[in-house]
Design a protein around this ligand. Structure first.
Ligand SMILES: [Zn+2]
Length: 199
């Protein structure tokens, strides 16, 4: 066993444990703010995740697990750990980072550096992530926690479930699932699918 072999083996197990599959045959309820054509395309063709993305995701996942431990220490039984949510006959799934009694969803976003922390408000796609999870998981509110991996700085935001957005998430999920079943991609709503190759 030489140094290079150790490195290769370490990278291999890291990629295996990154928590991301190729995205095929699976619709993530946390991504329903994205273009339906792109979502359907990835279910059919995979999300093209690279080895670099996998190792980066591993670091994010590690930090999420650590924050979940701190939440357990802090809140005890009031905080219950992460779980997978399902909707639409299990055709859509999503992951929480736990919940705080009564009925508050916890979502963690680990970011690589301070510059990636939100500036004043949560990015739109993260807001939709929380709404999709609250809709299918029947949560009334959500706390989203950002942590910078470089400095340990933490920012938190809270949102309440917005039924109108939740319904839009459900409608988009149904549209994507039906389109995949029929073998026809839905129309692009982002205007960039063509240039990005989601044809
Ligand atoms: Zn599009």
């Amino acid at each position: 066993m030489d140094a290079r072999e150790v490195r290769d083996k370490l990278l291999e197990i890291t990629r295996q444990d990154c928590g991301l599959t190729d995205g095929k045959h699976y619709l993530d309820m946390g991504r329903l703010g994205e273009c339906p054509r792109k979502l359907a395309w990835e279910i059919v063709h995979g999300n093209g995740v690279t080895d670099d993305i996998k190792t980066r995701l591993y670091k994010a996942r590690q930090m999420e697990a650590d924050l979940q431990l701190r939440l357990t220490k802090l809140f005890g039984k009031i905080y219950s750990g992460p779980r997978t949510l399902y909707g639409l006959d299990d055709q859509v799934a999503g992951h929480t980072n736990g919940e705080i009694n009564p009925n508050i969803l916890v979502k963690i976003k680990s970011v690589p550096e301070d510059e990636a922390l939100p500036n004043g408000r949560t990015p739109n796609n993260h807001y939709w992530t929380t709404q999709g999870l609250m809709h299918f998981g029947h949560f009334t509110s959500c706390i989203i926690i950002y942590e910078s991996r470089a400095s340990g700085r933490i920012q938190t935001y809270s949102y309440v479930y917005a039924p109108a957005i939740g319904q839009q998430c459900q409608a988009k999920a149904e549209l994507v699932i039906k389109a995949v079943a029929r073998g026809r991609l839905p129309d692009c709503q982002c205007g960039r699918c063509k240039e990005r190759g989601f044809n």
